[in-house]
Design a protein around this ligand. Structure first.
Ligand code: BTN
Length: 266
C-alpha cells in the first residue's frame, strides 16, 4: 500500500496525515511504540505489507503474510487517564466493524470482548493496544489492528485454519485494503474525538452490546492462574465483562481469554 492509494478516500483532520507504509517490519506496534517514546505527535499511522514478529494479545504472535491483509498501528496521546485505555480497544473494534460494513453492508460481523471481530464463528480481526510514558513526552498509546482481508484458507497455518477467517473467505471477494483503511480512519477519528471528550464509555456501550456475540452465552474465561465458567450478561459502563458464575454470583472481569462453550450466533 502507498500514500496515493489512501489519500483519495481519507477525510480525517489529524489521523493518518503522517503515515509510514513499510514493506516489512517486525511489528508495526513495536515501531509505533518506539516513535511514540521519541516524541512523535499523535495521528501517525504505520502499516506494513508483512510483519515478521506481529504481536498478539497474551504474548502470542499475529500471523502476517505479505500483501494480503491490514497490519496497522495508530499512535495517539489520549488526554484521559491510563485506566481507560481498555475502552480504546473496544472503541477500535466498533469503528472497524462500521468501516467494514460501509464496504460490505450485509456481512454479519460480531464483536467479541475484549477486542475481536468475528465473522461466521471465526476470528477475522484482533486489536492490541499498548501504552507507555516517558518523562519527556508523557503518555503515548498505540492501537494495533490486524484485519484478515484477502487471505485464503491456505494462507493460514494449519493450527489457525479452524478458528481464523478473512473477508475474502467469508464473501469470496477481493477487497481494496486502502479503501478499508481509509473508511476505518475516517470513522475512528470521529469516534475517538467523541470518546476523549466524554467522561465515560456510556455512548458506546449500547452499540457494543447490540453486536456482542457473547451475550447470553456460556463461556470459559481463562486468566493466568484461573478459569471461570459462567454466562455473559453484557458489558459494564466501563467496558468490563459482566459474568454470572456457575454459583449464580455475578462478577466483573477486567481481562482474560474467552472461550465460548457451544455454537455462536454470528
Ligand atoms: C490479538 O491477539 O487478537 C491482537 C492482534 C493484533 C495484531 C496487530 S497487526 C498490527 C499491529 N502490530 C502488531 O504487532 N500487532 C498489531
Amino acid at each position: 500500500m502507498k500514500l496515493s492509494d489512501l489519500e483519495p478516500y481519507l477525510k480525517t483532520r489529524w489521523l493518518g496525515r503522517r503515515a509510514i507504509f513499510a514493506e516489512e517490519l517486525a511489528s508495526t506496534n513495536k515501531t509505533a511504540m518506539e516513535l511514540g517514546a521519541e516524541g512523535e505527535a499523535k495521528g501517525l499511522i504505520i502499516t506494513a505489507e508483512k510483519q515478521t514478529a506481529g504481536r498478539g494479545r497474551h504474548a502470542r504472535t499475529w500471523h502476517s503474510p505479505a500483501g494480503l491483509n491490514l497490519y496497522l498501528s495508530l499512535l495517539i496521546r489520549p488526554s484521559l487517564q491510563q485506566y481507560r485505555i481498555p475502552e480504546l480497544a473496544m472503541l477500535t473494534a466498533i469503528a472497524l466493524r462500521q468501516a467494514i460494513l460501509s464496504i460490505e453492508p450485509d456481512l454479519p460481523i460480531g464483536l467479541k470482548w475484549p477486542n475481536d471481530l468475528w465473522v461466521q464463528q471465526r476470528k477475522v480481526s484482533g486489536i492490541l493496544c499498548e501504552a507507555a510514558s516517558t518523562q519527556k513526552f508523557g503518555l503515548h498509546t498505540v492501537v494495533g489492528v490486524g484485519l484478515n482481508i484477502n487471505s485464503t484458507l491456505e494462507n493460514f497455518p494449519e493450527e489457525l485454519q479452524n478458528t481464523a477467517t478473512s473477508l475474502k473467505i467469508a464473501t469470496g471477494k477481493n477487497y481494496s485494503r486502502a479503501k478499508i483503511l481509509a473508511a476505518f480512519l475516517n470513522i475512528f477519528e470521529k469516534q475517538y474525538d467523541l470518546w476523549e471528550n466524554s467522561i465515560h464509555f456510556d455512548p458506546f456501550i449500547k452499540t457494543w452490546n447490540s453486536h456482542d456475540i457473547l451475550v447470553g452465552r456460556q463461556i470459559e474465561l481463562c486468566q493466568k492462574d484461573n478459569i471461570i465458567k459462567g454466562t455473559v450478561l453484557g458489558i459494564s459502563q466501563d467496558g468490563r465483562l459482566q459474568l454470572r458464575k456457575e454459583d449464580q454470583t455475578e462478577c466483573l472481569i477486567n481481562a482474560g481469554d474467552v472461550h465460548i462453550l457451544g455454537a455462536v450466533k454470528k
